[in-house]
Each structure stands twice: as structure tokens, then as C-alpha cells.
Design a protein around this ligand. Sequence first.
Ligand SMILES: [Mg+2]
Length: 456
Amino acid sequence: MVKRHILIGLTFCMAGGGLSASDRTQKTPSSFTAGKAFGALGFAGAAAYYVYSHPVVQWDTVGLGMLGTAAVSYLGYKLLNRQKEVEKRLIAEKPGREPVLPAYQQKIMSALFSSAIGDALGRVTEFIKSPEAQFERYPGGLTSFDKFHPGDWQGIPREFRQKRIAPYTDDTAMALLVAQVLIDSQRNNWDRDSTMGHMAEAFIKDLDNADYGWAAGYRAPGNACLAAAHVLQGKKAAEKSRARWWDVKALSAGGCGSVMRAFPFGLVFSEDPQKAKLWAVEHSKITHGAPSALAACAAMALGTAEALRGEKDPRSIVNLMIEAAKEYDTVTAQKMSKALSYASQAQDILGRTSVREAFLTKEFFDFHKKVFNEFQGWSGQDAIAATVYVFALFPKDIDSALYVSVHTPGDSDSIAAMSGALIGAYSGIMPDNKMVQSIEGASYMREIAQRISDIR
Ligand SMILES: [Mg+2]
């Protein structure tokens, strides 16, 4: 009699364990099926055995079985839940949104994709003048290309529109040209001046690419870049033999048009952050010669190299960026220091609140507007200050960083592109997979990441 009770109880236990397993692992189809089958088998076995041997219900047996079922269900729940927590932590530490690559290559890829995706989101918020109006147009915020309005898909090449591929803007288009020239430079051992010559040529050549080039209308290219490229076009024919023909002496050009494309220096020269800094400064002179633009480029390139190296904490990296900027322009360095202290204040306001919830509070929303009204990002020095703010606030949280950067009153695409690059290089975390799949140039960016990784 006792043996029979135990047997029946155990069968119920199997059923309970099986159901428990199926309940906790619904996200993996094979475990789900196995759990359900296990549970169903247990129940069928219990019922068959019971009917066969007990024409009259014995409540003590049923009670024992139910107790066993409850106990095993609870244990199964605990065990599988713990497993799930471990998995969740692993995903957070080593983002599981992409196949695992060597850490270095993963970080380069994350820098490229985070930057391009931020740029593509910012393309549609850049010309909406206030965060209030942006949230009104995109309830809950612009967090995905799926939230684009039909009008946001107008004016871009038909191929993108039809396939719902989100285009990036001049920031990413030029950054990819810079990256490609730097890769060629490393492979061919070009010196600094000759590399800058090739870069100027790449900018000019891409002007002819009316549909997909950096100067295409829907990319909203910057005026200083356009003006310089046209000057260079004339110069190239007449004076290409002259040394440093690519330096247009645009001493009054201090917009963000050169710093927005400076991060690839940090990716390619991560072994030598000083070289990244010096070469990025030279490259600025192709279009932007103002000291503030040089300072911003110095900071961005050096910061990206340090972020990629991953030896220092975010605050130390920002301090090195500020030092680098100071060599060229003290006002830029001061703005960056101020941005760093704003990040600490924002951290205090945020506490443990998520950024999306925080945006619903007046205190954080007002603070956000204050910071980004001060650092609108149209100038190089304000763009690098805004980038420092976002990086110091969310060094490992690309989703929050893009959320903050995209909903800004000024040059949202450049702020998001630059923050994305720095945070990607530091964290190696990829943005939302759906956007990774539908950003323009995805396979080309993977190739670039591979090539930079190969020449390291
Ligand atoms: Mg742009």
C-alpha cells in the first residue's frame, strides 16, 4: 500500500516538475516542448495508474500526490529561475544581441553601428526644435525606425524607402570615408600628409555620388564641409602638387562637421592614442580650421582610442579628452569640464530611475533641456561637450544614451552619432537588433570593423 502511494506521488511529482519546467522556459521552444511533454506524460501515467488500481478514490493518495506536485513545482521554479538570472547577467555583461566576436572587433563594430543608428534616429529629430515637440510627434520617444512617420521616409532614395532601410546622414557617410582612407593608409604606409591628401580626394570624389554620397540632400550636409569641398575641387586640379594642398585654411570654420567624423582615428590608432589625436587634428583642417574644431577633434579621437583600449574608467577617459582639447582651445576644454559636472548632477537626479521614466518628471526634463540648450551641438566645441555629458552619464548603456541624445533641441544627429561612437567603443554593446538589421550600410560597416581589426 505504502509503495503504491509513493509511486503515485512520484508520478504526480514528475508531472509537476514538467509543468513547472514548461512554464519557466517558454522563451526557448525546445525546452518548452520537452517540459510540456514531460508534464503531460506524468499526468497521463498518474491517471492511468490510478484508474487501473483504484476504482474508489483514496483521498490520502491524492493529497500526497498534490503535495509532491507543489514541492517539485516550487523547486523546478527556483532552479530554472536561477538559471534565467544567470543568463540575464551574462547578456548584460557580454551583450548577446550579436554573435560573439573578439572583444576588440565587437567594440569597433558597436562604435560604428551605434554611431550610425544614433545618426539615423537624429536625422528626423534634428530639425524639430524642442524636445516637447519631439515627444509630441513620437509618443514615448523615438526609440526605433518603426516609429518613423510616413513623411520621415520621404526624400530618401526609393530603395531605402521600399525596404524600410533607415539612412544615416553626412556624419556617418563622412566617418566611413575617413575609416576607409585610414585603413588604406595603414596598408600602404602613407605618411600623415599624404593620408590627408587621399582623404580630401575621397571627400571630393564622393560629391559626385549624388544619390548616396555624403552631400546628398537628405543627409543635410554641413555648409563648411560643402564649401571646403568645392574649394578643394578647384585646388585639386590646379595645385595638387603643392604640399598640404588639402588644408583650406578654414580658420573661421568651427562647426561640428569635422569632429562628427573624427572617431575612426581612435578606432584605427587605438594602439597609439596620441597619433589618433594628432592625425584627427590635421584632418580637421581639410574643412574646419578653427582652434575649437581642432580641440574637439583631438578630444574625440583620443577619447575613442582610450575607450576602445578599455584600460581606464569613463571619468579618467573624459579627463584625458579635456587635456587633449586644452592643447588647442581652452574654451572647448572648459565646456567639456562643465559637461562632466552636469553629468554628475544628472546622475544624482536620476538615482535608480530609468531614463525613460525620468523624462516624465519635470526635474529631469528641465535639467535635460538646460544642458542641451547650452550645448546644442552646432559648433564642434558644443558637440564634444554634449558627447562628454552623454558618455559620462551612460558609458555602458547605449539605449539610454541614444534616447537622451536624439531628443535634443540642437544638432541631435551629430550628438547621437558621436555619443554612440564613444559608448560603443567603450562598451561593445550593440543597439537594438532590429535597428542593426535595418540601418543603411550594415554589411559595409561589418566589413570595415573586420578590416580595422585585421590591420591592428
Ligand atoms: Mg548630420
